[in-house]
Write a protein that binds this ligand. Sequence first.
Ligand code: HEC
Ligand code: HEC
Length: 227
Amino acid sequence: MIQFGYGGGFGWGGSCGALVGSGAAVQMVSKEKKDWVRIGQILFRWYESTKLPTEISNRYASNHQFLVPKYKSDKILPQSVSHSIFCHVSVGRWCETSGYASGSPERSERCARIAGDVVAKAVELLNLNLRGALPEAASKVTLSPYTAGCRTCHYKGKNYEQGQFERGFLECESCHKDMRPHISGTKLQTAFGTPIDTWAKFLTGAAVGGIGVHLITKLARGEHEES
Ligand code: HEC
Ligand code: HEC
């Protein structure tokens, strides 16, 4: 039923099909919306930030422990962190790391292993939740420090002038690395009464130097839950 998710949706390279399929399954077996939303959000963030395929699935494949008649490859495959839920980015970064082409059997096998990894993670989260043991911290969406900075202004909200014309929890830095739009002499005042270009310089410095991030994260805290 959810095979359309292949290749990020009919081959389009959108959300990784393993996430689409697992998300659908998690919703189907969960009683309450708050449960499947929470599990799905943890799963998506895990996918963005974890080295995949996991060592466990590499080991299963090299020992031929997966229940498939034939392997596209039983090598231990290189791992990479996608920093993105998108098939396009995830495959691209893995190919870059591994040196395998996107049409290689190793790349197909890599995605098959990741499908197993994602399903296993989803089941683990479902079980934790049933036992009431999902970590407390998991009830909030975790943001990368850079993203937390951006989301002090850019989130699903009602104030267009302050930057609320975007939504989503994607890792902003996986695409927006260049903060020059903010620096180019914008005199807009922000919610905190600071000209936007001051913030932009601060944020760029923070992102590059990895400092000042806690302050930004604090400002971002307690804000905007998105649905
Ligand atoms: C202090 C508030 C604030 C923060 C923090 C902030 N922005 Fe913005 N951003 C704005 C506002 C307001 C605009 C609209 C400015 C305008 O139209 O001149 C904007 C515009 C943009 C645009 C459109 C630029 C263009 O020229 O169309 C992008 C892209 C963007 N921001 C990305 C980001 C990213 C990525 C981050 C985090 C690194 C970030 N912003 C952090 C307030 C902010
Ligand atoms: C997968 C890549 C990707 C990610 C991740 C991403 N963006 Fe964007 N964003 C884009 C693209 C593409 C555009 C459209 C740019 C354009 O229209 O020129 C855009 C546009 C924007 C704009 C300007 C809207 C406009 O056109 O005026 C803002 C603001 C913005 N993004 C903020 C963010 C923030 C904040 C995050 C993190 C929560 C984020 N983006 C994550 C790709 C991304």
